[in-house]
Design a protein around this ligand. Structure first.
Ligand SMILES: C[S@@+](CC[C@H](N)C(=O)[O-])C[C@H]1O[C@@H](n2cnc3c(N)ncnc32)[C@H](O)[C@@H]1O
Length: 79
């Protein structure tokens, strides 16, 4: 999912600039939207701190950034 203001097309440039300063560590992504940038930084090895005022954006980031494995969905019921 992309929306107006998404940084998807700039991810390579952002990585290049960040790595000029530091190749690892903590990446802070305030106003992080649906987590496009934070998720990318997580994948290349940074710990990510992020947030957004919108609930749906928060849900995206829990799925992409906070979770580290497959969900077990143990509370789902069979019908
Ligand atoms: C341009 S979008 C971020 C796009 C993101 N970097 C990406 O690449 O997908 C800006 C975000 O700032 C969030 N925002 C605006 N005001 C905010 C506030 N006061 N606190 C937290 N988030 C806020 C909006 O909900 C929106 O998701």
């Amino acid at each position: 999912m992309r929306y107006l203001g998404s940084k998807t097309l700039l991810l390579g440039e952002i990585e290049k600039i960040i790595k000029e300063y530091n190749g690892s560590g903590v990446f802070c992504d305030p106003f992080g939207g649906i987590g496009t940038v934070g998720n990318y930084m997580k994948k290349i090895g940074f710990s990510v701190i992020t947030g957004d005022i919108l609930n749906f954006a928060h849900c995206f980031k829990v799925a992409l950034i906070e979770n580290n494995g497959d969900e077990c969905f143990f509370k789902l019921k069979k019908f």
